[in-house]
Write a protein that binds this ligand. Sequence first.
Ligand SMILES: [Mn+2]
Length: 325
Amino acid sequence: MEQIFKTLTQLIKNNDNIFIMTHQNPDFDGMGSAIGLQQIIHSFKKNSYIILNNKEKNKSLAKSYKLLEEKAIYFNYIYKTKTFNMINENTLLIILDTHKKNMTEVPELIDKTNNVVIIDHHIKSKDYIKEATLSYININLSSTVEFMAKYIKYLNKTIDPLIATLMLVGLEIDTNNFRLKTTKDTYEAASFLSELGADNVLKQELLQENKDDYLKRQKLIEKSYMLNDNMALCIADNELYESKDLAYIAEQLLQFENVAASFVIGYLSKDTIGISARSLGNINVEEIMAKLGGGGHLTEAATQIKNSTLKKVEQQLIAVIGGTK
Ligand SMILES: [Mn+2]
């Protein structure tokens, strides 16, 4: 990892036009890492921008941005619409917490520059960004924050306690409070962030605001059942969901014992039902979704079905899989 840190530092030092972006609908892991990295870049006397789309969408993040502002902590963001004519082939674009072009906040920017850095901890998918100058994708990391904490420690730098708090929130959300993907390095990162002054009370406050979403998800997960030996299915309620919500539940289902593939069915709009499918890699969910008019790839796929009902879509999926209920 030291070599990666060295290369990253060199790239930062060699560039004057630096942009940082994470995935759409940013979370604390992506955004906390971005804000932490921006402080580091700032300490090298370099300017950088964090690309935002909607500052208010995630309530806990909105609160965090406000706190940064109140405490006059360096946080230099830019709305995505303003970035298009600011990015050229010499721009250094650092992508955090995703490696898939279409999941980034502004995919178009990737084609505009020759300098792309990717730092991520998600299972590598087929549509990773191939033209990266530096790509570090390590599924053994609990979170992007874990990488960033290590990097800050390696550089022997400090960050503001508020930023350390935001990063710790990201680490806890990604590990579901140290339940998943947690290693000795994860605890070390958390310990380091505490040393930097991460505030546990504020951390709890920021985590709490996500509780309603969390509970809603848990309810749906509770309703899920095994279609056969290794596939889990969750049928959402009649409310409307965004496809990323369905995907998130599907990802969570993969964490349970014996689940090699998961499917989540829910309403995306009044007349459209979506299925989100995820696999650990042994079951090809793309094939299954293709039979229902959708697509994707081996481990992540989806489809949309018009003018149907949850029950009918459930039966269609079961028919395709050959499962029983
Ligand atoms: Mn993450």
